[in-house]
Design a binder for this molecule. Structure first.
Ligand SMILES: NC(=O)c1ccc[n+]([C@@H]2O[C@H](COP(=O)([O-])OP(=O)(O)OC[C@H]3O[C@@H](n4cnc5c(N)ncnc54)[C@H](O)[C@@H]3O)[C@@H](O)[C@H]2O)c1
Ligand SMILES: [Fe+2]
Length: 397
């Protein structure tokens, strides 16, 4: 088959890689960065560390520290206004996927008039550059992915648009401050990216090889990362898997699981990785008839011993059940979907129709080869699915 395969983002990786930030900025001729982060980064001293590094290098920094999870569009517009007022010449994101996506949007608006939702709705953008991403979660891989997610608060819709960074600093030490629940939620997002890219209609042999390795890495190292935040090997393996997962989103895209996750995340304000872990088993079962060999390979990564006589549906079910076992994935989350700020249908609320479409690299619209979902019906299917008894197994100590 014919396919293209690329990696556009230059990376600096290593323990204390953060220390390389001033060097990177000076090498590229940047003088006045906008540092984008949230209040947690300020509280845990990370922002202070970045400010000191920049000040010691004689670089004048402007700080936008208002990032919120699942960044709402007006927040990105406000950050872009601050960036323009101060004539910043680059943008540095220090945080999780929400921070990196906010910074991606701000950087896009440095070179393009209007508001971020204009571009999420398909307005063509001029090229933009000058974003340095420094992830503090091992989850979204946004530092290497080609997209960003913005929430339209008026329609409670999560929307995707094309947005690249130029550089990423991968410093696994920055993820050690994550609480165990955040380590798990974000780590399961990595697995979802690899699974969905692997089974996407845009997958290709090179992406397949990376995705298989990413899933195996998460299965092997996420329990260790969850158990001990000082386990440097686990932190490093998860940080690398996360970035590779984001790279695979660039090359092969996510599909049904993320479509559902964005519907539910926007509606119920659930952490992205958590809701991806709820949507993945039903995704495995749903697509097994279309890609039985690939779903089987994932089952084997998860430890399933197939006899070779299974039907496609049985392959899907066994793989999904392996993903759900206590101590792994859903078993860590403790059962049913929690009710968020909205009410989900199982809790007596009204389900709403929301849509998420994977972006087209040229237009920002839906890519023709990507799996798409009927979000409403699949959401209901999902809600039925997560109420199965096996989702209510006790969480292991
Ligand atoms: N652009 C992409 O390719 C892509 C891919 C997947 C998800 N996303 C988006 O990314 C967002 C989710 O990002 P996320 O899962 O990284 O979480 P997040 O960025 O929303 O952060 C969640 C919480 O964790 C805190 N946090 C982050 N790093 C921490 C650390 N080291 N120590 C302590 N606390 C820390 C944050 O302050 C925040 O309160 C969602 O909006 C999702 O839609 C984007
Ligand atoms: Fe994701």
């Amino acid at each position: 088959m014919n396919y293209a395969f690329e990696q556009k983002v230059k990376m600096v990786c290593g323990w204390d890689g953060l220390e390389q930030l001033p060097v990177l900025l000076q090498d590229e001729g940047y003088r006045k960065p906008l540092v984008v982060c949230d209040q947690v980064a300020r509280q845990i001293g990370l922002l202070g560390r970045v400010e000191k590094l920049l000040a010691d290098a004689g670089l004048e920094a402007v700080v936008f520290d208002q990032v919120q999870p699942d960044p709402p569009a007006p927040l990105i517009d406000a950050g872009a206004a601050l960036c323009r007022e101060n004539a910043c010449d680059c943008v540095v994101a220090v945080g999780g996927g929400s921070t990196i996506d906010t910074a991606k949007g701000i950087n896009l608006l440095r070179f393009n008039e209007g508001k971020i939702l204009d571009y999420a709705r398909g307005k063509a953008s001029q090229p933009f550059h000058g974003l340095i991403s420094i992830p503090t979660t091992a989850g979204t891989g946004s530092e290497l992915s080609n997209g960003m997610i913005v929430t339209d608060p008026d329609s409670a819709q999560k929307m995707a648009l094309m947005a690249y960074g130029d550089y990423a600093i991968l410093d696994p030490a920055l993820t050690a401050t994550m609480p165990a629940s955040l380590t798990v939620n974000t780590g399961l997002d990595v697995f979802s990216h690899a699974f969905e890219a692997y089974t996407s209609t845009l997958s290709n042999p090179m992406a397949d090889a990376v995705c298989e390795k990413v899933m195996a890495e998460v299965f092997r190292w996420l329990p260790a990362a969850k158990a001990d935040e000082t386990d440097r090997t686990a932190r490093q393996r998860m940080a690398v898997a996360s970035s590779l997962g984001g790279w695979m989103l660039s090359n092969a895209c996510a599909h049904v699981g993320h479509s559902l996750a964005h519907v539910l995340g926007a509606k119920f304000h659930l952490p992205h990785g958590l809701v991806c872990s709820y949507t993945l088993p039903v995704t495995m079962e749903t697509i097994a008839p279309a890609a039985p060999e690939k779903v089987k390979a994932v089952g084997e990564i998860l430890g399933v011993k197939f006899t070779g006589d299974e039907s496609a549906a049985e392959i899907g079910e066994q793989t999904a059940n392996a993903y759900r076992v206590p101590g792994w994935a859903a078993g860590w989350q403790g059962g049913d979907l929690p009710a968020g700020r909205g009410q989900h249908p199982a809790a007596g609320g009204r389900g709403g129709r929301r849509s998420f479409r994977a972006p087209d690299p040229r237009t920002g619209g839906c890519r023709p080869g990507c799996a798409d979902a009927s979000p409403h019906s699949l959401s209901l299917l999902l809600l039925l699915n997560v109420r199965r008894p096996e989702w209510r197994r006790p969480v292991p100590a």
